[in-house]
Write a protein that binds this ligand. Sequence first.
Ligand code: SF4
Ligand code: SF4
Ligand code: SF4
Length: 273
Amino acid sequence: MKKDTPAIVIWAVFEAVAILLWQMKDNLFYLLNFSYIGCSLGLGVFLFMRGHRHARRTVQLLVGLYMLVYLGLICNENMQIEGFWYYLFTGVFEAATIHYAVAKIFGPLIFGRGWCGYACWTAMVLDLLPYKVPQAPRRKLGFVRYIVFALSLLFVAGLFLMRVGGLERIMFRSFLVGNLLYYAVGIILAFRFKDNRAFCKYICPITVFLKPMSYFSAIRVKCSKDKCVSCGMCEKVCPMNVEVTNNSRKRLNGTECILCMECVKACPKQALS
Ligand code: SF4
Ligand code: SF4
Ligand code: SF4
């Protein structure tokens, strides 16, 4: 039962959010949406606690496919960053804005970059590529994310300023084009830099929100110094080049941790938790 507590807690938190939003917005969608995500995450934690090898990938596929196919393609919700700007400018606090608030802006104060490890539909595909652990040193290209972030904002602001009509249709098309572009760039970079997560490290504009918020994350991997024998295994398997054994919030690439737990699994001394 103790083993199942984390899964139950995660499921219960999402169920509480689901019921709260359902009642506040008087919309059954929120009940179904957050219940589904809570069940998927709860299942992932349940499997992880039992040492299932594919626990994280299971959640990533369940949530990522749901978001991409159901919310994006079927319900026409643009969950890309330009969709967030669009709904923000129109003053609509609905699916996309709530999604950003929960998963990418305020949620990371609790679960850090959990979104990136367990739910993102871009990484869902990139994680299938061969370079699960980076095979080359990190590059100084992180500035590109700010350019992409600014361009997405300018794109949507421009549409509003020029009073372009048919914005819903444009947003749906930009969702399709944006996703295809992200996948293409992500795959090319993964092979070019021999790193599945190169797109996350250098290009993704969402990290402009994710990185500063996850700096304060309540959930983070910590190292018990009395158990650690400095074998370096944890850093060798980390897909995000995090300086895992340093417990400081300022540790190298600390705001990139996606909570994949590969380091925890690899540690021969169970020094990480
Ligand atoms: S950094 Fe961006 S692309 Fe990568 S997992 Fe996070 S949200 Fe997805
Ligand atoms: S291996 Fe560890 S430090 Fe690296 S991203 Fe995964 S959980 Fe974070
Ligand atoms: S794998 Fe474990 S023992 Fe080895 S350096 Fe990392 S925390 Fe220390």
